[in-house]
Design a protein around this ligand. Structure first.
Ligand SMILES: C[S@@+](CC[C@H](N)C(=O)[O-])C[C@H]1O[C@@H](n2cnc3c(N)ncnc32)[C@H](O)[C@@H]1O
Length: 273
């Protein structure tokens, strides 16, 4: 578990500087410098439900950045099946199900995203082309970013290459200008360690921080409509963005609340988005 602290430092000239630091074995590492402005962190808006339905309730052009990690391979449930069985969180191993509702989700994402803004979509080599085919009906696809992990998959041990990369599709609505110079598409970030893992597809905060800093500013609204354990939300809150998370499984909403109490140290003000 991260040992993070929110600190205030007064300098000789009387100014107070705010930052978020982490206690590591090698000493104190600054995670985020907030400067002299007192940081305001926003309580995220968490919605329990199906992305394809809940997104319809969000106003046009009201969010600044969308980061999504659609379920592929595991943990996907359709709206139809859920209503029928009245159970939440049944696991389906059917990779195809996501492609039934994803076109509606993408259309809604485009509608609610402000012009000149970005969408990042996590994916994997064998589904990326299918996500792109749907996304490009609305968005301009700019890059396929390569998240290069410090571990690799098992799979066919002697008949296939071990998979060490995941894809992130970078798409834009209008002309989106990156905020942190010209980064490359090679993103080396360690996977989440087993002791900090709440979700089998949990994404590392440092990687999400990188995407959020490149494509939004403080006070902006970030949306994640397949929230899982809430890594995108945690990162948004600590980077002083407003956030909206949608997740159908209660279990993960509980996880997010626990993570908020441990991984967010700033006092939260009500989110007015
Ligand atoms: C790949 S995981 C996201 C993991 C997340 N990025 C993290 O770091 O923990 C996808 C999540 O989407 C949720 N989900 C699946 N279908 C959904 C739907 N139609 N609407 C909303 N959430 C859904 C699943 O319960 C799962 O937790």
């Amino acid at each position: 578990m991260l040992k993070m602290t929110y600190i205030r430092k007064k300098t000789k000239d009387g100014k107070t500087y705010y930052s978020l630091v982490e206690n590591t074995k090698k000493g104190i590492k600054t995670l985020e410098s907030y400067g002299t402005q007192k940081p305001i962190a926003y309580q995220p808006q968490i919605i329990k439900g199906f992305a394809e339905q809940e997104l319809k309730k969000i106003p046009d052009e009201s969010v600044n950045l969308i980061i999504i990690d659609p379920p592929y391979g595991i943990e996907f449930d359709t709206n139809f099946r859920n209503e029928e069985s009245e159970t939440i969180g049944e696991i389906s191993l059917d990779n195809e199900k996501i492609f039934e509702t994803f076109p509606d989700v993408v259309r809604e994402c485009y509608r609610i995203l402000k012009n000149d803004s970005a969408l990042y979509c996590f994916s994997r080599w064998d589904t990326t082309h299918r996500f792109i085919a749907i996304l490009q009906k609305y968005f301009k696809i700019k890059n396929r970013l390569n998240w290069v992990k410090n571990n690799w998959s098992m799979g066919d041990l002697s008949g296939s290459y071990a998979m060490q990369c995941e894809d992130i599709i970078f798409a834009v609505k209008g002309r989106h200008i990156l905020k942190e110079g010209r980064p490359t598409d090679y993103l080396p970030y360690n996977r989440v360690s087993n002791q900090s893992l709440f979700h089998s597809h949990q994404k590392p905060i440092e990687l999400i921080d990188f995407l959020i800093k490149n494509s939004s500013k403080r006070g902006d609204i970030i949306l994640d409509c397949y929230m899982g354990s809430g890594s995108i939300i945690i990162s948004a809150v600590n980077l002083l963005r407003k956030s909206i998370g949608i997740e159908l499984n209660d279990k993960y909403i509980d996880v997010l609340n626990k993570r908020l109490s441990k991984e967010v140290l700033l006092p939260l003000v009500e989110n007015t988005c």
